[in-house]
Design a protein around this ligand. Sequence first.
Ligand SMILES: NC(=O)c1ccc[n+]([C@@H]2O[C@H](COP(=O)([O-])OP(=O)(O)OC[C@H]3O[C@@H](n4cnc5c(N)ncnc54)[C@H](OP(=O)(O)O)[C@@H]3O)[C@@H](O)[C@H]2O)c1
Length: 412
Amino acid sequence: MLANYKILTVTHKSTNLKTIGDFIIKAADASALKSRLEAIKSQFQLDELLYLPTCNRVMYLFTTSQPVDERFTASFFQHINPNLPAATFNHIDEIVDTLEGSAALEHLLDVAASVDSLVIGERQILRQLREAFEQCWGWGLTGNFVRLAYQQAVAAAKAVYSNTRIGEKPVSIVSLAIQKLLKAKLNKNARILLIGAGQTNQLVAKFLLKHAFTNVVVFNRSLGKAKELAEMLDGESFPLDRLPLHKGGFDCLIVCTGATDSIITPELYAALLQGDSRRKVVIDLSVPHNVAEAVVENNNIDYIEIEGLRHMAQANLSFREQEVEQAKEILNQYLQAFPPLLKQRQLELAMNKVPAEIKAVKEKAINEVFRKEVEMLDGQSRELMEKMMAYMEKKCIGIPMRVAREAVLVGE
Ligand SMILES: NC(=O)c1ccc[n+]([C@@H]2O[C@H](COP(=O)([O-])OP(=O)(O)OC[C@H]3O[C@@H](n4cnc5c(N)ncnc54)[C@H](OP(=O)(O)O)[C@@H]3O)[C@@H](O)[C@H]2O)c1
């Protein structure tokens, strides 16, 4: 069964973050995403499927007994993005990592423990993994086997976070972006437009508060979350569809949403400028980017985006490299412990049938095989027989489970 775990993934290690955007599922909302994932699961005959898009990877973890070869991979991603650029498609085997069995599990553990992250030790990945799992589990896409691997990954990651210094002095993508923003030396009352109010921009808002920026307007698809952020920053809030009507201009635009298409189009950007031609700071932390390329190319902009922050993250690596070694040792222990867990789980699933089958044997004995003899029994004898049968039934159910468990332990 371990061999049935498969991962197709595109990460910051194999390509740039912009290209990762070509491998994610474009969906307008959660229900569209659910439908697309269901279609993928059925089209490719996957038993279970977990979809994890983050700012520096997209991962498809699934279980299937079919081989995942180059043909499978090409057809998989053509299905996900029929408009995959030819230049990308022709190098798909270099861009996509295909992992199977123990290697797939090892990768999942590495991802959860953030040793594979762009910014090593960034703990947000554990939250993202949890949310992805809960979503796919809630939608019935994952089952017991992905759950077992997920639980092992979470346990391993927690052990790494508490037994190494990998999470110390955390430097997130957001803090790196803010460091760059501060270098632009904006006034504390610079007009900042914050687009999106998800986890990432909540962190951005905390930094804006910490650095005492006083003039922030928040726009978000749902107004409630925008309001919460605006209250924290003592600013104003509006629904996202009001953005084209914003007449107050801006000095800095910070965009980070889960939208899979550009939100800041050239037309919208021109409208937001309100004729102001001075240099602006534009931060786009979304993957895929939410600021259209044409906006960046044709305007007077200090542009801060994730790819550029990757270099800054490298500096962070040296401190954590030793920790990664130690983390790997811990992860290896969890990796080694997984096959017996898996066997046990398989046995438990197989044993699920045992109680019903034993009960059926008992019923058949009383009602068919020994029916005549049973009918001849007096009340007391019949009561004793039923008690004995119930006792036997209970004991018999436990025996195969115990024997199987012992067999797993001996086999280790
Ligand atoms: N978390 C990280 O560590 C991290 C770091 C860097 C970059 N990123 C990238 O940042 C982006 C957001 O991540 P997150 O963790 O902040 O996500 P999140 O907590 O799930 O929040 C998503 C945000 O995007 C909005 N949104 C989602 N779909 C939208 C659409 N179709 N149109 C307009 N708004 C939409 C949501 O609005 P509602 O409130 O209305 O739902 C919410 O404000 C992603 O591209 C991610 O890859 C994440």
